[in-house]
Design a protein around this ligand. Structure first.
Ligand code: HSE
Length: 304
C-alpha cells in the first residue's frame, strides 16, 4: 500500500486543572492527513486550506518532526509526502498541531505495519509538538489518537489511560492566540494552598467522569491556577464572559488547550443560547474565528 487518508479529531487539552495531563476528543471539527509514500527518501509537507502560514519545512512542522523521528528510529528509508488538509484554524486551542502529528504517526504505523502500541504512537507523536510550542506534551496527541477523555498517568515512561465517556455537549469559541505559545509565561510556583486545590480538582474531574456527574465535572474543571490565569488575561472580557456562561447554566467553562479558545460544557438544550452569547461577545475580538456546537467523542483517529 502506498497511501492512506486519515481523519483526526479536534481535541481540547488541560480540561481545567489537568495542565498537560488531561484532554478530550471532540466530534467536530477535524483535520485530514494524507500520506503518500515515494522514493525520494525525504519527508515533504503540503498544506491544503492553509490560512496561517503553517511551516512546510519538515523539522518546523509537528507532523514532519514526528515523522522524521519515527522514520529514523525504525531505519525506514522511503520518502513520504504528508498532505495536511486543514479544517480547523491553527493556534486556536483545538489541538490542530497535535492532530497533524497524531494522524501522521498513526498513518505511518499503518503503512509500514509497525504494530506500535498506543503509548508508542503517543510518544512519537508528542515529539512533533516541539515544533509548535517547544514542549513534547502528550495530552492533545493522546486524545487525538485514542478519543474519549485521556489521562496521562505517567510521562516517564509515557503511559496514557483512555476513559470512555458519555457524549457531553460542548460550545467552543475558537479564538486564535496572538502568540505562538504562552507556555513560557506559566509558572508552577503557585503556593501550597493552590497546589492542594489544583490536585483536589484533578481528582474530582476523574471521579465525576466515573460517576457520570456532569454538574460535578463542570464545577471541577472551572478552576485552574496554572494556565488559566495567564491565558485568561490574554482574552478580552474572558472572566466576565465565563461568569455569564456559568450563570446561563453551563456545567463548566474554561480555556481550551493552549488558548485562546474558550470551551463550555452544558446541557444540550442550552448549547444554542450559549453559542449565540459567545458569538456576540467575542465578535469584536480580531482573533475570533467561529463558535462550534459539538460533543465530546470517544472516537479517535481513523482511516477515512
Ligand atoms: N497542555 C498544552 C498546553 C496543550 O496547555 O500548552 C496545548 O494545546
Amino acid at each position: 500500500m502506498r497511501s492512506v487518508k486519515i481523519k483526526v479529531p479536534a481535541t481540547s487539552a488541560n480540561v481545567g486543572p489537568g495542565y498537560d495531563i488531561f484532554a478530550l476528543a471532540l466530534a467536530e471539527p477535524y483535520d485530514e492527513i494524507e500520506l503518500v509514500l515515494n522514493d525520494t527518501g525525504k519527508v515533504s509537507i503540503e498544506v491544503i486550506n492553509d490560512i496561517q502560514n503553517i511551516p512546510t519545512n519538515p523539522s518546523d512542522n509537528t507532523a514532519g518532526l514526528a515523522a522524521l523521528g519515527l522514520l529514523k528510529a525504525k531505519a525506514i528509508k522511503e520518502g513520504v509526502l504528508i498532505r495536511i488538509i486543514k479544517n480547523m484554524c491553527s493556534g486556536g486551542g483545538m489541538g490542530t498541531t497535535g492532530a497533524s502529528a497524531a494522524g501522521t504517526i498513526f498513518g505511518l504505523n499503518h503503512l509500514f505495519d509497525l504494530n506500535l502500541t498506543a503509548n508508542e504512537m503517543i510518544d512519537y507523536a508528542r515529539q512533533g509538538e516541539v515544533a509548535s510550542g517547544g514542549s513534547p506534551h502528550a495530552d492533545n496527541v493522546a486524545a487525538a489518537i485514542l478519543g474519549g477523555f485521556v489521562l496521562v498517568k505517567s510521562y516517564h515512561p509515557i503511559d496514557v489511560l483512555k476513559l470512555e465517556i458519555q457524549e457531553i455537549p460542548v460550545v467552543l469559541a475558537a479564538i486564535r492566540k496572538s502568540l505562538r505559545t504562552t507556555r513560557g509565561f506559566i509558572t508552577y510556583e503557585i503556593g501550597q494552598e493552590k497546589l492542594k486545590e489544583q490536585m483536589a480538582r484533578c481528582s474530582r474531574v476523574i471521579h465525576a467522569l466515573h460517576t457520570h456527574d456532569l454538574e460535578e465535572f463542570g464545577n471541577a474543571i472551572s478552576v485552574d491556577y496554572i494556565h488559566e490565569p495567564v491565558r485568561g488575561a490574554a482574552i478580552p472580557n474572558y472572566w466576565e464572559i465565563k461568569k455569564k456562561v456559568m450563570e446561563m447554566g453551563a456545567y463548566g467553562c474554561t480555556i481550551s488547550g493552549g488558548g485562546s479558545s474558550v470551551i463550555a460544557f452544558c446541557p444540550e438544550y442550552l448549547q444554542h443560547e450559549i453559542a449565540e452569547y459567545m458569538n456576540r461577545e467575542f465578535s469584536s475580538n480580531p482573533n475570533f474565528t467561529q463558535v462550534y456546537q459539538t460533543f465530546t467523542s470517544n472516537q479517535g483517529v481513523q482511516i477515512s
